[in-house]
Design a protein around this ligand. Structure first.
Ligand SMILES: Cc1cc2nc3c(=O)[nH]c(=O)nc-3n(C[C@H](O)[C@H](O)[C@H](O)COP(=O)(O)O)c2cc1C
Length: 307
């Protein structure tokens, strides 16, 4: 049909794809390369801030490493981020490497569609600014999408004190395997951020992909606390040790003791230790990946399951 042919010429691909993937995702691997050395950081790198765009990892990869994303099944190079070292994140017991993203490119679309799609996406973003990449520069948003080549799991974060309760979605999260930390990058304007910094306890509910609509609805709680747990549209239960409300039908519930927090650009970067980890059910978890990666997989006839 002529419409299928004309559509990519006038309409950008969606920036993000919401997909159902089993945890931990193994479809894309991430490797840091520097000075003839390399390290697999698939489970050891995370976005620490959006503005400026920064990546944290346990691996000290020198001053100007590159971060490569490859399709695990075929080894095909999907995208690259060029990093520049910043001052490390220093905690009482360990330090983490922190990198500015200086440049990036992806190879999920052929040239010239790649450049044209980026131009269309940037134009659309400028017309309707959404807060997820609030006032980020167009180049930084393209780089962020490259960081999402590794599909990022979505969790619901619960905060529960006698005077403040909340639950909201996060995907700028993840294990930093070598250091044993689990990180959360939360916009410093989040209404629960000061509470998390003080009480140092949260619970992460790893939600099934089928809960997408309910999860998105909870994004309003980045700005306003939850009035009452019973107002939620799905059942909750107490977490094992902290007794904090967690999603009853979660695939996995992790209790996190926060050991460090600091502001990095637009975000507060929390580092925690997993205090308990309950695997409750098998199933695919809600993930975000880059729209151009899903388009690439569709062309190969192996799309991830859209939700
Ligand atoms: C699925 C999902 C994941 C999100 N992950 C994060 C996150 O990791 N960190 C963060 O600060 N905000 C996160 N947000 C919040 C958004 O960036 C945004 O602040 C929130 O949706 C409020 O939007 P608004 O400012 O337009 O009202 C997430 C939102 C959604 C829907």
């Amino acid at each position: 049909m002529w419409k299928d042919w004309i559509r990519p010429l006038v309409r950008p691909l969606p920036q993000w794809a919401t997909v159902a993937v089993a945890q931990p995702q193994q479809v894309v691997s991430a490797t840091l390369r520097w000075g003839g050395q390399s390290a697999d950081v698939t489970a050891d790198h995370t976005v620490a801030s959006l503005k400026p765009l920064m990546i944290a990892t346990s691996v000290d990869a020198g001053q100007r490493p590159v971060l490569e994303y490859r399709d695990s099944a075929t080894g095909t190079l999907l995208g690259v981020l060029h990093l520049v070292q910043a001052a490390p994140v220093v905690t009482q017991k360990a330090s983490l490497a922190l990198y500015h993203v200086a440049a990036g490119e992806h190879y999920c679309l052929g040239w010239p569609r790649r450049a044209w799609n980026a131009w269309l996406q940037n134009r659309q973003m400028q017309k309707s600014r959404t807060s997820h990449h609030f006032a980020m520069k167009p180049a930084a948003v393209q780089q962020l999408m490259i960081a999402y080549l590794c599909p990022r799991p979505v969790v619901l974060v619960s905060v529960d004190t006698p005077v403040h309760q909340n639950i909201f979605p996060m995907d700028l999260i993840g294990p930093l395997d070598r250091s044993g930390f689990f990180s959360l990058a939360l916009r410093s304007t989040n209404v629960s951020m000061p509470v998390m910094r003080d009480v140092r306890r949260v619970v992460l509910s790893n939600v099934p992909a089928t809960m997408k609509v309910a999860v998105y609805k909870l994004s309003e709680h980045h700005k306003q606390p939850l009035a009452d747990w019973s107002a939620l549209s799905f059942p909750m239960r107490r977490s094992r040790e902290f007794g904090i409300s967690a999603v009853a039908e979660a695939l996995r519930v992790q209790e996190l003791t926060i050991v460090h927090s600091q502001q990095i650009g637009s975000h507060t970067f929390f580092l925690g230790r997993i205090a308990s980890d309950e695997k409750c059910a098998e199933g695919d978890q809600l993930h975000h990946t880059a729209g151009f990666y899903q388009a690439y997989r569709r062309r190969q006839d192996v799309p991830l399951t859209d939700v």
